[in-house]
Design a protein around this ligand. Structure first.
Ligand SMILES: Cc1ncc(C[n+]2csc(CCOP(=O)(O)OP(=O)(O)O)c2C)c(N)n1
Ligand SMILES: [Mg+2]
Length: 580
């Protein structure tokens, strides 16, 4: 029989990526679960194969080989206790930073603990044995393929990460007897670069920078990014939590939410900096830049990771490029125009809602103030509107919890009593975190706005998965009706007892009467709490309207939303009864 590569796709990915990363030396120990990978390798002249019957010795041999050549060495073993015998050698490799890649083959992890012979738990490696340990499972769905590609790249990159050292792949096999695959279908090779590497060229085409949550920009970084944009005609895609205030940015969420544009931007290379973002902003190819050097691939497009500070990255690419072609930097203008055109299409008659109040207040925030936004709806609503450049924005996007938004804001406000801190939060978030406003150290620099729609509007928005159940969503998904169902002055009394100045608004007119008070730049005697009462139907139709600006039917859709709202249905019913 002609033997080529195994048909097991997860194992093919390992074989393919070993080659692409230039790893050729392999020490194999005898066994069954490693047949698929070992047979594939031994029939491929690329691999330099060696044999050792004793896994402990195999691993120490790999240490010797790696130290001698300064190149990675693969060791492969089967199930049973074989992998346990790698421990002494891996410990040696760990403390000497030797690039030994242990591939321990096994049947499915699902069998662990069921007294299936030879299946042992390889889930936790002692800390001082490997830099990375991954499980490369059999592939049944596209997510598995992507996951395995990422994990194998990660384990291979781990051999040279932060000074280098051993890594581990626990590799599942299903004992396929099919070895007919001549050419392995390529998978993505992810490379990691440091300042000492030879960095790749920036390819021709459209270049974007997507900024996730990014708390603080130094002037040095803003200048480096703006120079980069001038040289490469690049555009910066930001949302509120990006805090980018340079010259080449566009607030992208209003664009991305339009179905006719979407979050797949016509950008050939998107450079991703910053952390978890509410926004999705994809380019055709993505590079990740962060000092942690980790593969972060939220949109499954990353093919290079740069382990360095953002400043170093951008400075590298602007170095020696002294021909600044400022007039060439036009791409951002296209996107800015796209944003402005959309903004101008937002209907004046948008209902009274989180989005409407955000639109009104965004330009009115006093200079040098700080804005904290609640997860998820408040952040989304404010992400559509530009705020003054001197205002910085935070949101608990790390864990995306509704449990501590106000506490985070209060913590920040306490250390800078001379700055104004604005917070916009939903009612569920407020009740969750309400104890925080009783903290004895709260200053008068705190201004909280609660959007009280009586439930978790996030699950009532038309685009939301939870909303498909109509009014039934209210019961346990959107959690309507707690805390007195908005029928008592609960928040007013609580806030006033705690020394807050309280105001409320239930309509646009009432809001216009209090907005100046709320955004006054002067820090007064007391902290403020402004409670806004909105209706879920209005919230949904406001979001529906700003999400459909490019279609002629935008207004029709809001009208339709209004007509199909449960409120109107009950009015219709009542009217019918009367008319009968
Ligand atoms: C601790 C925690 N529990 C649950 C969630 C899921 N969640 C996301 S948004 C949301 C609703 C928040 O409601 P509210 O604060 O009233 O804001 P609204 O959506 O009504 O604007 C919930 C429960 C979460 N993010 N964090
Ligand atoms: Mg709510």
């Amino acid at each position: 029989m002609n033997t080529y590569n195994t048909s097991e796709r997860n194992i093919q990915i390992v074989l393919y990526l070993l080659k692409q990363h230039g790893i050729k030396r392999v020490i194999a120990s005898p066994g069954s679960t490693d047949v698929a990978i070992v047979a594939s390798m031994q029939h491929d002249p690329y691999f330099e194969m060696f044999s050792a019957i004793d896994e402990r010795s195999a691993c120490y041999m790999a240490c010797g080989m790696a130290a001698e050549t300064a190149e990675p060495v693969v060791i492969v073993c089967t199930g049973a206790t074989s992998s346990r015998n790698y421990m002494p050698g891996l410990t040696e490799a760990y403390y000497r930073h030797l690039p030994v890649l242990a591939i321990t083959c096994s049947r499915s992890n699902a069998f662990v603990g069921h007294y299936v012979n030879q299946v042992t738990d390889r889930g936790d490696s002692p800390r001082d044995t490997v830099n990375e340990s991954v499980y490369v499972q059999s592939i049944y769905r596209p997510e598995d393929e992507w996951d395995c590609m990422i994990k194998v790249n990660k384990a291979i990159l781990g051999l040279s990460f932060n000074g280098g050292g051993p890594c581990h792949i626990n590799l599942e096999t299903v004992y396929s007897r099919d070895f007919t695959e001549k050419e392995i279908k390529p998978v993505k090779v992810i490379n990691r670069y440091t300042l000492n590497s030879e960095m790749p060229e920036i390819s021709k085409g459209k270049i974007g920078i997507f900024v996730g949550a990014f708390p603080r920009w130094s002037d040095e970084l803003v200048n480096a990014v703006d120079s980069f944009c001038e040289i490469y005609n690049a555009v910066v895609f930001y949302d509120q939590t990006s805090n980018y205030k340079g010259k080449y940015g566009v607030l992208f969420p209003l664009i991305a939410i339009q179905p006719s544009y979407g979050s797949d931007f016509d950008i050939d290379l998107m450079i991703h900096i910053g952390y978890v973002s509410a926004g999705v902003c994809k380019g055709k190819k993505m590079w990740r830049v962060n000092p942690d050097g980790q593969i972060r691939d939220p949109f499954r497009r990353v093919n290079a990771v740069f382990q360095m500070s953002e400043v170093d990255f951008f400075k590298h690419y602007i170095k020696n490029k002294d021909k600044f072609r400022e007039n060439n930097a036009v791409l951002h203008l296209e996107y800015k125009k796209m944003y402005e055109d959309l903004y101008n299409l937002i209907p004046e008659e948008l209902p009274f809602s989180n989005i409407w109040t955000a639109k009104k207040l965004a330009p009115q925030l006093p200079d040098n103030s700080v804005l904290h936004l609640g997860i998820c709806n408040s952040l989304r609503s404010w992400n559509f509107f530009n705020i003054p450049d001197s205002v910085s924005v935070y949101s608990n996007t790390g864990g995306f919890g509704i449990d501590g938004g106000i506490s985070s804001m209060i913590g920040a406000s306490i250390v800078s009593p001379d700055k104004l801190y604005f917070g916009v939060f939903g009612d569920l978030l407020f009740y969750y975190d309400m104890n925080s406003i009783g903290n004895r150290d709260i200053g008068s620099n705190v201004r909280i706005m609660i959007i009280n729609n009586g439930l978790g509007q996030e699950f009532k928005n038309h685009s939301s998965f939870g909303a498909i159940f109509g009014e039934d969503t209210d019961k346990f998904i959107a959690a309507r009706g707690h805390f007195g169902n908005r029928e008592t002055p609960l928040i007013k009394n609580y806030a006033e007892c705690l020394g807050f100045e309280y105001k409320s608004a239930s309509s646009k007119e009432e809001f216009e009467n209090v907005s100046e008070w709320f955004t006054s730049p002067v820090i007064g005697e007391k902290p403020f709490l402004l409670e806004i009462f909105t209706e879920t139907e209005d919230e949904s139709s406001a979001l529906g309207a700003v999400s459909a600006l490019t279609s002629k039917g935008a207004l029709l859709k809001s009208a339709h939303d209004l007509m199909s709202s449960p409120k109107l249905a009950s009015i219709r019913k009542a009217a019918k009864k009367i008319l009968k």
